[in-house]
Design a protein around this ligand. Sequence first.
Ligand code: G3P
Length: 217
Amino acid sequence: MKFFVDTADIAEIRDLAATGLVDGVTTNPSLVAKTGRNFIEVIEEICSVVAGPVSAEVTALDSVAMIEEGRKLAKIAKNIAVKVPLTWDGLRACKALAGEGTMVNVTLCFSANQALLAAKAGASFISPFIGRLDDINLDGMELIHDIRTIYDNYDFPTEILAASIRSANHVKEAALVGADVATVPPGVLRGLANHPLTDKGLELFLADWKKTGQKIL
Ligand code: G3P
């Protein structure tokens, strides 16, 4: 499973990218707004730090303007994935941009049929929002499972990018049902390595090691 980090905070991205475990970055207008910075500058900086796909979202609502915005974003760097919403205009823009060789991430996906359309439109990534479905008492993970089955039935190459991930359990469940990518907020990503028994075990090992009086270096 690939890990993307779901933030526009460059300090967080630099810190996590240094682990070598970050395969890409996703942003959205809300995440960019949180930084208080210029959108294009932030995306340029992220692309200079991370070699994998960096999602940058259009804000136009009609397909013609989305395509124009998408072309401008795609020029920022080779690893830009233009993010478009799952509307008919977004699907038209996806088809056009994908036809020009641009990676497209179709976002705000809440149903399997929407995901089917995105794959047919040539999306590189489909972003089903797990947490927001769970928020309204639906099952986000069931959606990932359904999309996995449909994409496998027809050999669609579109990658399933589990989004709106809120917890470590979301990451585990998304991996179990076969999502290709999880885009994870920095705090959740860091939490994946934590276990109290790891901390306790390390403490005991080091206490015993100290008793030996030895050093490795
Ligand atoms: O990747 C999509 C994500 O940014 C949305 O997450 O927590 O706002 O639903 P959330």
